[in-house]
Design a protein around this ligand. Structure first.
Ligand SMILES: C[S@@+](CC[C@H](N)C(=O)[O-])C[C@H]1O[C@@H](n2cnc3c(N)ncnc32)[C@H](O)[C@@H]1O
Length: 439
């Protein structure tokens, strides 16, 4: 049976799949990836896309609701509407179970490992607290329509939905009122807030007619979507963040965890995974503003060493600033793969090496983008003459995490622990910290 886009079909949703879908396998039809359904539900689903191997659809009517189903708090979280949230129609504990199932499934498929997984709620999202799972997003990018309306994109579409208020956005972002203004000649407008200091920044891509009345501490301009350079219009261009018991400087364009509780929870998990001791040598790969390096530096002490590697120039400046209290912590600017290639041999520079060489490290933490570890990181960790003994892998993508754990397992590393955190409630995203040790 072939489906057509727009056709409404009756399907029963089976297991959850990576990306916020449930998988339905109707008799005689292709596999259907269904959004807005929950496992076990029979639904009427409108087909949105058909390929030679599968169809995509969205549930428009629920015939047999799951006990985990709730009314989505946001009126735009539904079929044909905003693409930002995937699981608003599930209770928070059910959302975490769905994410745990995806992690388990990816580990089984891509690493050949069968593990029980628990996804932990971050402190602000404990279920009994009112508003749990909402108001956490400290960075939101609004796309702007040709008529100047700022909104959020529909799922797998360039269409911009006029959402007014985004319920997962931090209240200090909503208070800026960016969606109430019109933005002619602007491609996007992005807001960020530090939950710790309350400072806010707004980044405008395009040529705004005016930035008057924007109540942010910093306003910056980006010439075009492909351009990473930010030009300050006013303010100092960075936010003061608070995490792991201290203050951090983080440039508006640099990476910082978006959930107010995530930086603390991940830092604690990384420290537990690595068990740093005085005199240890540690690498923080993809180090951003130096969050993990800054937690490791005091633990390894002046007889130890911490080296961060980061590609983004603004993040490197922030990390160098943030690591100033510990002269035994330094940061290489560059692509992690290139820095490791330049190093040649693992540990080639020895613990005292300077310049481009990375020291021989006993501890390594890596927090790569969604694409996962560069091949060179796997080779560095897997080299027979390598010195790394404990590896903390922080990942925002269960598929690339599982792939890389499989590659490392083939090189003698053992998955000792895998913690997962619900750092993105209402969405399908999840943050993991895997502890790997040499076998
Ligand atoms: C997920 S963030 C982690 C940052 C930091 N660990 C934190 O928690 O704040 C990933 C970082 O890797 C950097 N990055 C991405 N690709 C890179 C590459 N190929 N080489 C070096 N850094 C890279 C990004 O600029 C970003 O700062």
């Amino acid at each position: 049976m072939n489906y057509q886009a727009g056709q409404v079909i009756t399907v029963t949703a089976g297991d959850v799949a990576h990306g916020g879908w449930c998988v339905a396998r109707p008799d005689g039809g292709p596999v259907v990836f269904v959004r807005h359904a929950l496992p076990g539900e029979t639904v009427l689903a409108r087909v949105t896309e058909v390929t030679s191997r599968l169809a995509r659809a969205e549930a428009v009517e629920i015939l047999t609701p799951s006990p985990d189903r709730v009314r989505p708090p946001c009126p735009h979280a539904g079929p044909g509407a905003c693409g930002g949230c995937d699981w608003q129609h599930a209770t928070l504990p059910a959302q975490r179970s769905l994410k745990a199932a995806v992690i388990r499934q990816q580990l089984r498929r891509l690493a050949g490992l069968d593990r029980e997984i628990t996804v932990e709620a971050l402190p602000a999202d404990q279920d009994e607290e009112p508003g749990a799972g909402l108001g956490w997003r400290t960075r939101v990018q609004f796309a702007v329509r040709p008529d100047g309306v700022a909104g959020l994109r529909a799922h797998r579409s360039h269409e911009v939905i006029d959402i007014g208020e985004c319920l997962i956005a931090h209240p200090a972002i909503t208070e800026l009122g960016l969606t109430a203004r019109r933005w002619p000649a602007v491609a996007s407008v992005e807001a960020l807030v530090s939950a710790g200091s309350g400072e806010r920044a707004v980044i405008i891509t395009g040529r705004p007619a005016s930035t008057e009345g924007i109540k942010a501490d910093s306003v910056l301009r980006r010439a075009g979507a492909a351009n990473h350079r930010l030009t300050p219009v006013r303010g100092r261009g960075y936010l003061g963040q608070r995490a792991a018991g201290r203050d951090w400087r983080v440039s508006a364009g640099a990476f910082w965890q978006v959930h107010p509780g995530a930086a603390d929870a991940l830092t604690r998990a990384v420290m537990t995974a690595l068990e740093p001791r005085p005199q240890d040598v540690a690498l923080d790969l993809y180090c951003g503003a130096g969050l993990f390096a800054g937690a490791l530096a005091p633990a390894v002490g002046p007889a130890g060493m911490v080296v961060g590697v980061e590609a983004d120039a603004a993040a490197v400046r922030d990390a160098r600033h943030n690591l100033r209290p510990w002269p035994w912590a330094r940061v290489h600017r560059g692509d992690v793969a290139a820095v490791l290639r330049r190093d040649g041999q693992p540990g080639a520079g020895g613990p005292e090496a300077g310049g481009g060489a990375l020291p021989a490290a006993r501890l390594v933490v890596a927090d790569p983008p969604r694409s996962g570890l560069a091949r060179e990181v796997v080779d560095y960790l897997g080299a027979a003459e390598g010195t790394a003994a404990r590896f903390a892998y922080v990942s925002c993508d269960p598929a690339t995490l599982a792939r890389d754990i499989g590659l490392l397992a083939a090189r003698g590393w053992v998955l000792a622990d895998l913690r997962a955190f619900d750092a993105f409630p209402m969405t399908h995203h999840v943050e993991c910290v895997a502890t790997l040790v040499t076998g």
